[in-house]
Design a protein around this ligand. Structure first.
Ligand code: HEC
Ligand code: HEC
Ligand code: HEC
Ligand code: HEC
Ligand code: HEC
Ligand code: HEC
Ligand code: HEC
Ligand code: HEC
Ligand code: HEC
Ligand code: HEC
Length: 345
């Protein structure tokens, strides 16, 4: 007999089972975000085990169990399960090269690719052998990190991160929230969760993000890579900016996006950072100058000579009047307007 209570229990039970199965499936299936469109089949370029110089990761395990166990947990360790990678060289030898001679030599170090002490560009090239299919990584050779000899393994741990739940040493400025966000910790085999990873080398930015007005990066509500492409690209400062428009900024600040009927050339030509310090500033609204007026007058030098319409009871555009010093009181749509060429409402 199905009573209301029974039915409720059955529904609850079924729901829990489905939920459990779903959770289980998340752990069971390798979490690989490989899509054909993103990575034009790198497997095609990779050697296959038919080449008898390769022995397979299981053979390496016999002598390098720690490395084997670490790699097994990573995306790389699970590649062999994907249909497109069947029979292809994956795991240890996809990076370290064929291992037969090394094994036959009883672990002869000269017969295997050893990365320790290798030039970081050369290390990166080993990764790019597979990873250059994706535009973001292909452009790595155009970025400042490449130019300055910062390689993939300065940010990524090749065998997967060794830490458990993220707990980096210096958490002083970073709230508990940052630690708990799985998106920040343990992501993409990073050696450290993101703000610390970058600040580890770019220590000067920590001070900028500590100024009175700042984007909340240290607090963990956004990351450096929200605005920067860590892998480099065409833009200066490795910003995630498309040419001419400040894509990174307007992704969040949509109201500044435009296109406007009347664009402020300052934005279109030079971008947001002309007027704002993107990391942090002592001035409200992250402005580069302590007063709005100062900022405007750097470009609009002869403003005092611009007579205001005599019908507008504001007096001349002279800077002796406090009223006309507050530029954005009148020119309030300073990022662009659809109704007024002078950026009033
Ligand atoms: C994604 C590429 C990659 C894969 C896959 C990989 N390695 Fe490595 N391995 C490296 C790099 C790079 C280093 C140099 C250390 C570093 O920079 O972290 C290294 C270092 C090592 C070392 C030196 C000791 C150490 O732990 O640093 C050993 C031994 C080693 N790997 C064995 C293996 C074995 C065994 C496997 C397979 C189970 C494997 N590696 C898979 C890239 C890889
Ligand atoms: C029979 C045991 C054995 C097997 C199997 C074996 N290795 Fe080794 N391997 C060694 C020994 C021993 C060393 C250390 C040599 C030394 O430190 O002088 C070594 C060193 C290495 C190093 C250099 C570590 C360093 O000091 O930087 C790498 C990389 C490496 N092995 C990778 C592999 C890979 C990949 C495989 C599988 C293809 C493999 N090994 C299989 C025994 C083995
Ligand atoms: C044999 C080809 C191959 C080589 C060599 C290789 N990778 Fe990968 N790697 C892949 C594939 C395929 C994926 C999964 C697709 C993806 O996420 O883009 C992947 C995924 C990754 C990921 C994302 C992991 C995640 O869990 O999100 C990172 C980071 C990465 N690789 C870094 C490296 C680094 C660093 C090296 C060099 C030390 C390297 N790879 C060498 C094929 C390779
Ligand atoms: C300056 C640090 C840094 C360097 C150097 C670096 N990465 Fe990354 N990488 C990151 C960060 C941060 C993320 C996660 C944020 C993101 O997805 O942009 C990431 C994400 C990834 C991912 C997963 C997301 C994706 O884009 O598919 C892969 C794969 C990857 N990196 C591969 C590489 C390879 C290959 C190299 C070397 C050619 C490299 N990385 C060099 C910092 C770095
Ligand atoms: C291992 C050290 C190291 C790490 C980690 C690192 N960087 Fe860098 N980065 C450098 C070096 C060195 C340069 C080139 C010199 C410079 O301009 O400071 C550079 C350059 C840059 C530039 C361009 C600066 C310019 O003046 O054009 C940006 C932007 C940048 N890094 C962002 C990041 C971000 C975001 C991260 C974290 C995902 C990161 N870096 C992680 C060392 C590092
Ligand atoms: C809100 C977006 C944003 C965030 C978040 C951000 N940056 Fe930047 N960063 C920029 C822009 C835009 C520039 C270029 C500034 C310019 O051209 O004057 C820049 C410039 C830089 C430079 C070049 C040196 C300089 O001061 O001009 C470095 C290095 C850098 N950022 C590192 C970082 C690091 C490390 C983080 C995280 C701790 C980070 N950025 C977070 C937007 C951002
Ligand atoms: C990931 C989303 C995100 C990105 C990307 C981003 N911002 Fe922001 N921005 C915010 C948030 C959220 C706030 C306000 C809350 C706070 O204090 O952090 C903010 C605050 C600001 C402020 C101050 C507003 C005020 O009322 O005080 C300015 C100016 C600003 N951002 C400009 C920029 C510029 C310029 C860029 C590109 C270099 C940028 N933002 C990129 C999310 C973002
Ligand atoms: C010509 C200088 C200039 C440029 C370029 C500029 N801004 Fe502003 N922005 C200002 C001024 C001035 C204010 C303060 C307005 C006020 O005090 O009323 C401001 C305020 C803001 C605010 C705070 C919210 C608000 O409406 O007051 C955000 C967010 C912002 N700007 C984002 C951006 C973004 C994103 C870009 C690039 C697309 C950008 N700004 C380019 C001058 C500029
Ligand atoms: C980086 C330089 C720069 C800064 C800073 C700047 N502007 Fe502009 N502004 C321009 C340029 C260039 C034009 C286009 C001039 C033209 O078309 O003749 C313009 C146009 C204008 C116009 C419309 C002029 C017209 O022809 O109708 C107004 C109003 C204006 N700006 C106000 C401001 C105010 C207010 C500020 C301060 C918040 C400011 N600007 C900051 C460069 C700048
Ligand atoms: C009391 C309101 C008011 C204030 C405050 C004000 N303006 Fe204006 N501004 C105007 C008006 C009205 C016009 C239109 C004049 C015309 O077209 O006859 C104008 C026009 C402009 C123009 C376009 C000039 C041209 O050649 O067409 C610029 C640039 C400008 N203002 C910049 C500024 C700057 C910079 C400040 C702050 C120092 C400022 N304004 C403060 C009302 C104001």
């Amino acid at each position: 007999m199905v009573t209301a209570k029974n039915l409720k229990l059955t529904v609850l039970f079924t729901f829990s089972v489905v939920l459990l199965l779903w959770i289980a499936s998340m752990f069971a299936s390798p979490s690989i975000r490989l899509s054909a469109s993103e990575m034009p089949d790198p497997a095609a370029k990779v050697d296959s085990y038919l080449d008898d110089r390769y022995v397979g990761s299981e053979t390496c395990k016999a002598c390098h169990e720690d490395q084997f166990n670490a790699v097994a947990k990573t995306t790389h360790g699970k590649l062999g399960d994907l249909p497109g990678w069947k029979g292809k060289v994956v795991g240890c030898e996809s990076c370290h090269g064929p291992g037969k001679e090394h094994v036959e030599g009883g672990g002869d170090k000269t017969k295997i690719k050893v990365f320790a002490g290798m030039d970081s560009k050369a290390v990166s090239e080993s990764c790019l052998a597979c990873h250059s299919g994706k535009e973001a990584h292909n452009n790595f050779r155009r970025g400042d990190h490449w130019r300055n000899n910062i390689g993939c393994t300065d940010c990524h741990s090749a065998h997967g991160p060794s830490y458990g739940p993220q707990r980096p040493g210096s958490m002083t400025l970073i709230g508990e929230a940052a630690e708990q966000r799985p998106s920040l910790a343990n992501r993409a085999m990073l050696k450290n969760s993101e703000p610390q990873l970058c600040i580890g080398c770019h220590s000067e930015t920590k001070a900028q993000f500590s100024k009175p007005f700042h984007h909340k990066v240290l607090e963990g509500t956004m990351t450096c890579s929200d605005c920067h492409n860590p892998h480099g690209g065409f833009e200066s400062k490795q910003a995630r900016l498309a040419l001419g428009s400040d894509q990174a900024c307007v992704r969040c600040h949509t109201q500044m996006q435009g296109p406007f009927v009347f664009e402020h050339a300052a934005l279109k030509i030079e971008g947001c950072a002309t007027c704002h310090s993107p990391h942090g500033s002592n001035n409200p609204k992250l402005l580069k100058r302590s007063s709005v007026r100062q900022l405007c007058l750097e470009c609009h030098t002869n403003i005092e000579n611009v007579e205001l319409d005599p019908n507008i009871p504001t007096g001349p555009h002279t800077q002796t009047s406090i009223r006309t010093q507050n530029c954005t009181v009148c020119h309030s749509q300073i990022h662009g307007s659809n109704s007024n060429k002078d950026f009033f409402r």
